[in-house]
Design a protein around this ligand. Sequence first.
Ligand code: SF4
Ligand code: SF4
Length: 216
Amino acid sequence: MAGPFSGFLVTLRQIFRRKVTTQYPEQKRVKPQRFHGRHVLNRYPDGMEKCIGCELCAGVCPARCIYVRGKDNPIDEPVSPGERYGFVYEINMLRCIFCALCVEACPTEAITMTHLFEMSVSDRDEAIFTRSELLMEPDGSVPHPQPDSVLFDRGELQVADGWMRATAPAGRAAYEGVVAWTPTAGAGLRPPEPGQEGESPTGDEPVDSSPEPGAS
Ligand code: SF4
Ligand code: SF4
């Protein structure tokens, strides 16, 4: 007889435990700083596009899910500060493995990843993000493929241009407190890198043999 009741006992014990369920989507957990969310194509603070259509991101992508075509900038009305700009830019989100190699390869910090992860689609074609979905608005907010998304109401797209840096200088103690990236339009400067000082999980003093920022 004890068998079935011991099962109920397990259930009963859970009732009095602290609930860990997050009431998504009303509540969202804060993502780690380097979370790999959906991509965004950045602009300079003056509104010019950072992408120069060099196709390095497409070349490095292990999933072959980026398609870029570069085009010469119009002399009278240049789109980017370079010779060319990416007049076609597409990412197939169904194939993307969110590795961020495209972010690493980009020489102008044009392609970066946000903390946005809600990308459900009702058609496979919608999963191919084009310039309309990727290129940030002049006010620094991120476009979204679904115009009725609750993300608009909550203002999450206005603060979603979170520039992430996956490798150095982030994580190098020599860069602690140094703002090492270009500000994005609308959102202003990111806070400086927090660095690693005093954060060693092993309790060891962090060792940094890298050169100081700006040292040649
Ligand atoms: S995150 Fe990785 S898989 Fe996705 S587009 Fe960039 S390089 Fe390709
Ligand atoms: S996003 Fe960067 S790497 Fe890709 S084409 Fe544009 S400038 Fe080149």
